[in-house]
Ligand binder design. Structure first.
Ligand SMILES: Cc1cc2nc3c(=O)[nH]c(=O)nc-3n(C[C@H](O)[C@H](O)[C@H](O)COP(=O)(O)OP(=O)(O)OC[C@H]3O[C@@H](n4cnc5c(N)ncnc54)[C@H](O)[C@@H]3O)c2cc1C
Length: 348
């Protein structure tokens, strides 16, 4: 590949992919370098949900991020001619009368009323244990992230815009006004490596705190669930009687191995709400790129010429990446400064 482009983008998780889309929309040329050896996006549950359902509070920037995500994934489905996004209702299983009351109070608040259906719903599925009923969340859906990534990779391959290989930091040459990597000359480089930013010599590895997540794929032919279900775990219908159940959170184990401990925990939590027969067909693990203040890390560091970062997407990158890519692009192109809470410089 012998090329002169506007951008080199390292990493094709949801961060890199979202940045490709905004760059293309603005007629910028780019090459992606990605080797999917540790993709959080690929193993993500893919849930789009505006609420933190433990505390009945909205997720960070809920309105803006959810609206952008719905529009982004909808348009991308059409562009790729691929079906990977399904709008799907989500129900929260109440564990007590107190939780029912908290829901009713939350649904009455101005900033939450669009997201929470105020009435307590009765459970009609004989395999679900929900004696205190269910609360329905609006604006929810699920992305089949594996399908999305495979489809996007194929699109880039056809357009000759991706090198499916590991990026070699030692081969990067930076001058005042250009970036050279192998036979590629670019104006700028965007590192969107997720958790692997920790191995990037231009990045301070302490800024990313890995948070390992595991989930199970099960087959439960009797369950016939058509909504996302949230109790102490998420249950995500995948079609054909398959469901994802998860996920775990672990800040001490940095390995990508699946564990018996996580499997046991997830099965035990699943059995607290579901009583039908099922078999486990798969188990996966991935590393969420979380940060100390739970905000992403965007932009450039002092004294770095034309090197930019798009990482730290944490536990909800599938929701936030499309909106954040727009902010990063505007910043790089000199159109709008980054808000302090997402600017990587806040951590310098
Ligand atoms: C189990 C689990 C469940 C989750 N569920 C949800 C959810 O339901 N909803 C939600 O919004 N978020 C969820 N998340 C969080 C979400 O998946 C992440 O925030 C998001 O995927 C991070 O995307 P990213 O592009 O920054 O990183 P990644 O997806 O990890 O992508 C980085 C890419 O860069 C590549 N790369 C890195 N270094 C190099 C290099 N040197 N050379 C070449 N390639 C390189 C990697 O291999 C990878 O392909 C979940 C995460 C996990 C682990």
């Amino acid at each position: 590949m012998n090329k002169s482009v506007d951008y080199i983008i390292v990493g094709l998780g949801i961060a890199g992919l979202s940045f490709c889309e905004i760059a293309e929309k603005n007629n910028k040329t780019f090459v992606v370098i990605d080797q999917p050896f540790c993709s959080a996006t690929r193993v993500s549950a893919g849930i789009i949900n505006p609420m933190v359902l433990k505390r009945f509070t909205p997720v960070w920037n809920a309105r803006q991020h959810i609206a952008t995500a719905f529009s982004f994934y909808g348009k991308l489905e059409k562009k790729l001619n691929l079906s990977f996004f399904k709008e799907m209702p989500m129900c929260r299983v109440f564990a007590s009368v107190e939780e029912q009351n908290n829901w009713t109070v939350a649904a009455d608040k101005k900033k939450l009323s669009a997201f929470l259906y105020p009435r307590i719903l009765k459970n009609n599925n004989k395999f679900i244990h929900a004696p205190f009923g269910l609360g329905k969340v609006n604006f929810t859906g699920v992305i089949n992230t594996e399908k999305l990534l495979n489809g996007y990779q194929n699109f880039l391959l056809k357009e000759k815009k991706i090198l499916p290989e590991k990026f070699r930091y030692d081969l990067l040459q930076i001058t005042n006004n250009s970036i050279n990597y192998k036979n590629i000359k670019a104006k700028k480089i965007v590192f969107a490596e997720g958790f692997s930013a920790r191995s990037n010599p231009f990045f301070n590895k302490e800024l990313i705190i890995p948070n390992k997540g595991e989930f199970l794929v099960i087959k439960a032919p009797g369950l016939k669930l058509e909504a996302l279900l949230k109790s102490s775990i998420f249950i995500v219908p995948m079609g054909d009687d398959f469901y994802k159940i998860g996920a775990t959170y672990n800040r001490e184990d940095f390995s990508f191995e699946v564990t018996q401990k996580a499997k046991k925990t997830l099965i035990s939590k699943f059995k607290q709400v579901v009583s039908c027969n099922f078999s486990v067909t798969n188990q996966v693990a991935g590393m969420r790129p979380t940060t100390l203040d739970r905000r992403p890390l965007l932009g450039d560091l002092p004294k770095q010429n034309n090197i930019f970062f798009f990482t730290g997407l944490g536990t909800r990158g599938i929701i936030s990446a499309p909106a954040l890519a727009q902010k990063l692009f505007k910043y790089i192109e000199g159109k709008k400064p980054l808000e302090k809470e997402i600017d990587i410089k806040r951590r310098c």
